[in-house]
Design a protein around this ligand. Structure first.
Ligand SMILES: [Mn+2]
Length: 302
């Protein structure tokens, strides 16, 4: 079932003629070219992901996927999600989210698991001596923190997990993302949860930001819906004169926000692991498909 964007205060909802992409007036109608679907936060919801992938591939077997990050954490089947996305090979690109970084940091022994992470299966997998396990940490650490997706119609999309510092240009975002990736791949985690390290700052904005205070620092305490925004806080994508405002951007991370469009920005985390839905956004047509969280993925919390 195609989904729809919700209206929220200060957020423009697309009309029936909405077309995704940098050029909103030039829809791509090339039905012969495989589509690219951008998929929201999976968080270990393997059954729901499998059903969504099956549905998307039924009509377009050669389609590509971009995952906005947080493949793992909270949900029951993080290892299965990693394996499934890995099995898509070159047809899937993955952006790292805060929970993906947290898993890699635990594996690198610079962080400890928290209650509710449900990452034991991933961590035990690499501890098995025989048979030789799949080296998911190596695969995951290679994934970028920002991705530019070129589409035939319109200008390219910039995809990150959470958001962007309002004063960073696209070029600065990519430079920072590449520099942080190099440290992750080299096994250097001294930036992790370290706000005095420039790469720690990069990680904060790209993988964790929601609201910003007046000085553009993170308003960490607020994770709610737009209508609960404290008066001294501004959602990062609504900051006036944001450097990236003319670029088409897509993020996940913010479950309470849901499927929302604001000017050229689209947020697609609809909180599957919290009993919501898992969303896929077509970069060709701008339509969304979503699957409600399946019972086997549902986490019952007291
Ligand atoms: Mn996240």
């Amino acid at each position: 079932m195609p989904g729809s964007f919700k209206s929220a205060p200060g957020v423009l909802s697309p009309g029936a003629g909405f077309v995704a992409g940098g050029d909103l007036n030039s829809p791509n109608t090339d039905q012969n070219r495989p589509d690219t679907w951008v998929i929201g936060d999976v968080h270990g919801c393997h059954a729901t992901l499998s059903q969504l992938l099956e549905s998307l591939q039924e009509s377009d077997p050669a389609c590509h996927f971009v995952f906005v990050g947080d493949l793992v954490g909270k949900g029951r089947s993080s290892l299965e999600v990693l394996k499934t996305v890995h099995s898509l090979g070159d047809r899937a690109e993955v952006i790292l989210g805060n929970h993906d970084l947290h898993l890699l940091a635990i594996h690198a022994q610079v962080a400890t698991a928290r209650a509710g992470d449900r990452l034991e299966e991933c961590l035990q997998h690499t501890a098995i001596a025989q048979p030789k396990p799949w080296d998911w940490p190596r695969w995951l650490a290679e994934k970028p923190l920002a991705l530019i997706v070129a589409e035939v119609s319109g200008s390219p999309w910039l995809v990150v997990h959470a958001g962007l510092h309002p004063q960073w240009s696209v070029a600065e975002v990519m430079t920072r993302a590449v520099r942080l990736s190099q440290r992750i791949r080299s096994g250097d985690w001294s930036w992790y949860c370290n706000p005095t390290d420039p790469d720690g700052v990069t990680a904060d904005y790209l993988t964790r930001v929601r609201g910003l205070k007046k000085d553009l620092s993170l308003a960490d305490q607020w994770t709610g819906a737009l209508d609960s925004c404290p008066p001294t806080v501004t959602p990062w994508f609504q900051v006036e004169d944001r450097e990236t405002r003319e670029h088409a951007t897509i993020t996940g991370h913010w479950a309470a926000l849901g499927l929302v469009r604001h000017q050229k920005h689209i947020s697609i985390d609809t909180g599957c692991v919290y009993g919501g839905a898992l969303v896929a956004l077509s970069l060709q047509s701008g339509v969304t498909q979503q699957i409600e969280c399946l019972p086997e993925d549902r986490i019952v919390t007291d």
